[in-house]
Design a protein around this ligand. Sequence first.
Ligand code: B4P
Length: 190
Amino acid sequence: MLNLVLFGPPGAGKGTQAEFLIESYGLNHLSTGDLLRNEIAASTPLGMEAKRYMDNGELVPDSVVIGMIKNKLEAQTDAAGFIFDGFPRTVAQAEALDQLLNENGTPVSGMLSLEVVKEELVARLLNRGKTSGRSDDQDDSVIENRINVYNEKTLPLKNYYAAQNKHFGINGMGSIEEIAARLKEAIKAL
Ligand code: B4P
């Protein structure tokens, strides 16, 4: 079973590359950002709570996100593998994911970390904000906060996975096709 964690700062191309990986490897896609936006669109209590954090570029509380992933994993027992996109984002989330997957004897295969310079991240997000309608992509200070929150709370996960020999840095600069080819090489070596 191939369980990939697709990692990187906001705008690194996680969602973009996830689409390619799903197609190439037949994996189930679990994007916490998409799941949360679905909850917001459906105006559920969970969505309304999450929106307050997302609009400010803050992380949604661990308990909410972990509960959501647990439900999805339990509902998809026939999957060939998963691509985790935007999850885990904190050490507590990574520990919870390890526990959930280890219970099934199907641990994380590798964490693929897309590396992109800050100027490019900001440019990509502002560009998406022109058409996506995503409020968190339209405001410079919210984007700045998302990147700061990433550096403070999410970046430490590199060490978490490196300690398990599961961290693989990938150059996330260049065309979508070039980056997809680099990911494929890294997956071959897993
Ligand atoms: P996400 O939905 O995960 O948003 P993101 O970090 O911006 O990444 P995304 O996948 O959308 O963008 P991508 O890099 O693919 O999270 C949104 C919010 O939800 C968070 O801020 C947080 O509040 C909350 N949340 C989500 N998960 C959570 C968790 N686990 N715990 C707590 N809170 C959580 O792409 C960005 C843009 O770049 C796209 O427009 C794309 O077209 C473009 N692009 C991609 N590759 C490119 C390339 N090579 N060249 C040029 N442009 C490229």
